[in-house]
Design a protein around this ligand. Structure first.
Ligand SMILES: CCCCC[C@H]1O[C@@H](O)C[C@@H]1SC[C@H](NC(=O)CC[C@H](N)C(=O)O)C(=O)NCC(=O)O
Length: 232
């Protein structure tokens, strides 16, 4: 089958969590980078952006947009969306306890990361304030919940003791916030252990090596290109 093809800017933005999920699943993917307004207008003219927006992912003969929908499709396709009812013999509703929790946790880490994505486009002083607020929210609102989840069930992974989309995205969010404040996990021993464990999963370890398709934090060039392409 053809490799999935990702259409986005050469930066993290909303596409980075999709790159993480594919990489963690060991799935090779291609990328088309939007550098000019013409590229974006051609995608629109060719009717490939349902709502006029990217991320766009070409996969299984479909042209998918909407980040969360894409992530959910990929998580299911690559068996990262909880225990398969066929595996467990549970009914759909019994196993829904798992994948809806995966969705909840993934939604939360995506909200946290989107604050960082949007901050890149703010003027310097506002940006600093926003990023400080991200660290504070991570420490007081988001990470304490995940620490408690790990504490309460004492398992290696967030849901059903099976590696899932939620684990991948929690690691991505931890690393992203650590880029802002390296001591952010100092009060979260279980998250520290979780980070070490998941960092060492072979496919993730490979994605964290230099030369992988993981993107760098947003810089002025990235912001300039996005503003130019989207004309905002
Ligand atoms: C102030 C924040 C600006 C962020 C702008 C973009 O840069 C990225 O880092 C984040 C976004 S991504 C680009 C943006 N896409 C979205 O907003 C997608 C939202 C959608 N719900 C999704 O989840 O995929 C875009 O195509 N806009 C064109 C336009 O709506 O007409």
């Amino acid at each position: 089958a053809a490799k999935p093809k990702l259409w986005y800017f050469r930066g993290r933005g909303r596409m980075e969590s999709i790159r993480w999920l594919l990489a963690a699943a060991g799935v090779e993917f291609e990328e088309e980078f939007l550098e000019t307004r013409e590229q974006y207008e051609k995608l629109q003219k060719d009717g490939r952006l349902l709502f006029g927006q990217v991320p766009l992912v070409e996969i299984d003969g479909m042209e998918l947009t909407q980040t969360r929908a894409i992530l959910s499709y990929l998580a299911t396709k690559y068996n990262l969306h909880g225990k398969d009812p066929k595996e467990t013999g549970f009914s759909w509703i019994e196993s829904s306890c798992c994948f809806v929790r995966i969705d909840m946790y993934a939604e939360d880490t995506l909200d946290l990361m989107m604050m960082v994505v949007v901050a890149a486009f703010k003027p310097p002083e506002e940006k600093e304030e926003s990023l400080a607020s991200v660290v504070k929210k991570a420490k007081t609102q988001h990470f304490p919940v995940f620490e408690k989840i790990l504490k309460d069930h004492g398992e290696d992974f967030l849901v059903g003791n099976k590696f899932s989309w939620a684990d991948i995205q929690l690691l991505e969010a931890i690393l992203m916030v650590e880029e802002l404040d390296a001591s952010v996990l100092s009060d979260f021993p279980l998250l520290k252990e979780f980070k070490t464990r998941t960092n060492n999963i072979p496919t993730i370890k490979k994605f964290l090596q230099p030369g992988s398709q993981r993107k760098l934090p947003p810089d002025n060039h990235y912001v300039k290109v996005v503003r130019n392409v989207l004309q905002f």
